[in-house]
Structure formats: C-alpha cells, structure tokens
Design a protein around this ligand. Structure first.
Ligand code: SAM
Length: 368
C-alpha cells in the first residue's frame, strides 16, 4: 500500500456515516424526454438510476454541467433535458459520437434525402469490415452493408448528420450482437429474439427514427469532445458529474474488450491497429488509471483537484475499489461540505459467459 492510500485509510476510519439514508423517496418527476433516450446496455450505465440522479442534481444550483466520462450519454442527456448547458467527453470515440448526435446536436435530423445518400450503392467501395470480420461478427450481407454505409456517411457534409447516422449504426450493431458485447463470436446465444433476426440494415432504419425522435434544442450551446479526462482544462463549469470506471473486485472493467467493434465503427477503424492474432479482431486498449489498484487512488486525487472549482457529484458503487469512505476523505481535501446519497441497485451486464447480475449500493457523493 502506498503512503497516500494508508493515510487515507487512517482518516477514513474516523469518518462517521453521514449517508442520506435510506434511499430518499423519489418525488420529482424525471423530465419526460429523458425516457426516450435509447437504451444501450452500456457497462456501468446509470440509465436505471436517472430518477435518483435527477433528484440529487435538481437540488443543486448549476447552469453548466460537465460529464467527462459520458459513456452511453444518458446522464449528459438528462442535464440537457433539465435545461442546462452540457460539456461532455470520453476517452473513447464512440461515446463522444453518441453524445454529439444526441446532446450537441440541437437541430439536425436524418431526413429522406440524407437517408437516401447513406443507403446509396457504391461501386468498388472499401471492404475493410467484410475482410476483417467475416466469420467473427454478423453475416456477409450485414458486413457489406456496414462497409457501404460507412463509406457514404463519410461523404455527408454535415457533421451532425454523420454523428446521427453513426449513432444509429452503433445501436444497430449492439442490438444485433448477442449479449450486446463484442467478446463473443458465432450464434450460440441466438434465442430467436427479434433483435437477432433483423438484418443490420433493418435495425439501422429503425434506429434512425429512434435517434431522430430525441433531437431537440434546449436553447443552450453544448460541447462534446473525445478526450482523456486528464487532458481537459475545465473552465466555467458549475457542476461536474463524475462517473469513472472503478476497479472491480472481480472480472475486469475494460470497455475496449467489450465494445472494440463500436469504437472502430465510429471512425471506420481509421488510425487504429487491429490486433490480428485476437479471435475477435480487437484494438489495443487505452490506459486508464481508474482500472488498477495501484493507480486508482492517485487518479481520484488528481480528478478532484482538477475539478476543485466546481460542485462535484461522484457516482460510485459499493463493489468498487477504493471504498466510499476513502473517496469521501479524498473529496474533503477539496470540498468543505460533502453529502453522501445511497441507493440499492442491481446491475445487469453482459460477459462472454452470459449476463451477470450484481446487487450493490450506489452512492452519489456531492462535494460543495
Ligand atoms: C462508468 S462509464 C460511464 C457511464 C455513463 N455515466 C453512463 O451512464 O452511461 C465510464 C466511462 O469512462 C470512460 N473512461 C475511462 N477512463 C477514462 C479517462 N481516463 N478519461 C476519459 N474517459 C474515461 C470509459 O470509456 C467509459 O465510457
């Protein structure tokens, strides 16, 4: 154990439990639009906790809210639905693409002419996806469709049209992939569900509608980037919602292992190296200090320091490392008042072996 972590453990023992207990009843209705946000079954998604997160956020005073671990985008979209200006980022490209389509995009829909362009036939187009993923994911018709559509999307002039089309494509592939993760190949998990029967093209047409439906303008200008949190230079952020991955007690928390196909798809694997020896044709995973015991505590310390001028709302779970008490001690180094909200929660997530469920306690640590 390093010095920082043993000092924190000592302080943590002194902390009395000041949890807002038991789970506060949720009596403030969630903004209606929020419920239309497409379900992505993203690992660690807070979608099912949105009513509670909304209740906590609603009691805080902020105009500009940041979400630098935006993931599926559902919390950032909630802040947009609450009428706030949103600044969001993620170190992966596909979450940033989803957030560009749904949060930064206030006006653009994919209408008939745009869809026609996207679906148009292509002569001698690229076939990277077909060449790389035949026998790995999807059938040849789906893979050819993806090659063609990706090529056409790159030709669209409007960046929001591109992001919307890619978002629709990302969700189509997620729906068509058993368990919603790209760690498994073949169709041994095919239980005859509609989602597995539809072609990627059929999904895509449905998903365009889904994403078109949730585009709206809240009168604010939002900003989305792909960025490692430690490369950000936060300015003018009243509140930051922090939902980093936590070091799990078992298994791993690697997003690239589960979603490498979507990450590649979001930019047609441009500039990415395919790890050819891997069965599912993965890409290398980027380093994040939140994934390892030896670096996690220091990463949280740096994170709180980075956002010391904003109200901090940290999502955390009882099955992560470090403990909630240790995080509370760290947060107190930068914030004079810290409240802890707690709620029981059951996670469902796909693994290569199936769907796992874990009963945990979710926390929201609010530092003012
Ligand atoms: C728990 S998920 C966020 C889930 C999100 N709040 C939701 O409800 O869908 C954590 C996210 O942090 C991102 N991430 C991990 N390390 C990061 C880093 N160093 N900088 C920025 N993003 C990072 C991952 O790509 C992942 O999308």
């Amino acid at each position: 154990m390093n010095e920082l972590s043993s000092a924190i453990r000592k302080d943590a023992r002194k902390i009395s439990l000041r949890v807002v207990q038991p789970a506060d009843p949720i009596d403030i209705p969630l903004p209606e639009r929020t419920t239309g946000y497409p379900e992505l079954r993203y690992m660690g998604s807070k979608r099912r906790l949105l009513p509670w997160i909304h209740q906590v956020l609603n009691a805080l005073d902020f105009e500009t809210g940041a979400d630098p671990f935006v993931g599926s985008g559902c919390v950032a979209y909630l802040m947009k639905c609450m009428g706030r200006r949103v600044i969001a980022s993620d170190f992966l490209n596909f979450p940033a693409t989803l957030a560009t389509a749904t949060i930064a995009n206030s006006h653009y829909h994919l209408d008939g002419p745009a869809v026609k362009k996207i679906l148009g036939s292509v002569k001698n187009g690229p076939n990277f996806i077909e060449r790389t993923f035949t026998g790995v994911f999807f059938d040849r018709t789906d893979l050819r469709f993806l090659d063609r559509v990706c090529h056409n999307i790159e030709k669209l002039e409007n960046g929001y049209h591109q992001a919307l089309a890619r978002a629709a494509l990302i969700r189509s592939c997620l729906k068509k992939q058993p368990r919603g993760v790209f760690t498994i190949t073949g169709n041994r998990y095919d239980d005859g569900r509609r989602d597995l029967k539809l072609s990627v093209e059929e999904h895509f047409l449905e998903q365009i509608e889904e994403f078109n439906r949730i585009v709206f303008n809240n009168g604010r200008h939002h900003s989305i980037r792909r960025a490692d949190v430690f490369d950000l230079k936060p300015r003018g952020i009243d509140l930051v919602y922090l939902d980093p991955p936590y070091v799990p007690r078992s298994d791993d928390n690697c997003y690239v292992k589960r979603y490498h196909f979507l990450e590649g798809l979001s930019c047609y694997w441009r500039g990415m190296e395919i790890l050819k020896h891997t069965k599912v044709k993965k890409i290398p995973k980027p380093f994040t200090p939140f994934s390892y015991r030896r670096t996690a505590i220091d990463a949280f310390e740096r994170l709180f320091h980075l956002f010391r001028d904003s109200t901090i709302v940290l999502s955390y779970s009882s099955n992560g490392y470090p403990d909630r008490e240790e995080l509370e001690v760290l947060l107190r180094r930068y914030k004079t008042k810290v409240e802890v909200h707690e709620r029981p929660h059951r996670y469902h997530f796909g693994t290569h072996g199936g769907v796992e469920r874990a009963q945990v306690h979710e926390y929201l640590l609010v530092g003012h």
